[in-house]
Design a protein around this ligand. Structure first.
Ligand code: IMP
Length: 219
């Protein structure tokens, strides 16, 4: 059985990834190791940021003894793209509210959601179409693997979930923008629909689907 190290401190993402991959993989999360790496997400795309996280962790796990038997590092970079806002908040989804005030780091979900609704209030609700996008970067972990090989062998898997933003948050499930996002074909938000529906149709589920097809193909 292959071991995947999930390079994220976001417990919600870990939960969704775990529940998708089920018993097919041994999954180790960042929380379970005594090591904190917080590479700066300086990329201008989800793919670049996912690779920064995956490669940084893969280098450490290949040269250190913190976690034994890891075959792959998996990193998730994801966010919300709203059409009428030109694709914002996009790669800035986690720190959207703080970008406005100049505070460093990620902002609380409630503040990000409040900013989103404020920005959208200039436009009619029927134009609030949006999508969640998730890019997973998968890097191999092998003792002593040269950096350039690691970078060359890093692969990406993408998933998108189309939908729209609603004017009032609703529901208590999930995280981030889930209370505001209604996936296509539904009338309720991700936060109302709950984990079983979200884990079937979300951007992350779709990216994980292509990841598991890719990994299984290799055996
Ligand atoms: P990252 O951790 O740098 O990839 O930032 C991801 C941010 O995008 C989160 O903090 C959320 O604001 C948003 N996001 C990503 N995936 C989801 C999701 O499944 N539901 C709600 N918000 C999400």
């Amino acid at each position: 059985m292959q071991t995947l190290f999930i390079a994220t401190g976001n417990a919600h993402k870990v939960g969704e990834i775990r529940s998708f991959l089920g018993s097919g993989f041994r999954v180790v999360s960042q929380k379970e190791v005594d090591l904190r790496l917080d590479p700066e997400e300086t990329g201008s795309s989800f793919a670049e940021n996912a690779a920064i996280k995956a490669i940084t962790w893969a280098r450490h796990l290949a040269f250190g003894a913190q976690v034994q038997g890891v075959d792959w590092v998996l990193a998730d970079d994801s966010g919300l793209e709203v059409d009428i806002l030109g694709g914002a908040p996009g790669v800035h989804s986690a720190r959207y509210a703080h970008l406005e005030t100049g505070q460093p780091g990620n902002a609380p979900d409630a503040l990000n959601n409040a900013r989103l609704l404020r920005e959208l209030s200039r436009f009619p609700v029927n134009r609030w179409t949006a999508r969640f996008r998730c890019v997973l970067a998968l890097s191999p972990v092998r003792p002593g693997i040269p950096g350039e090989v690691l970078e060359r062998e890093t692969r990406w898997f993408e998933g998108v979930c189309e939908g729209r933003i609603q004017p009032q948050p609703a529901g208590v499930g999930g995280f981030g923008y889930d209370p505001l996002f209604i996936p296509e074909g539904e009338t309720r938000s991700f936060a109302e629909l709950g984990a079983s529906v979200k884990n079937r149709i979300s951007h992350r589920a779709r990216a994980l689907e292509s990841l598991s097809i890719g990994l299984n193909r290799e055996g």
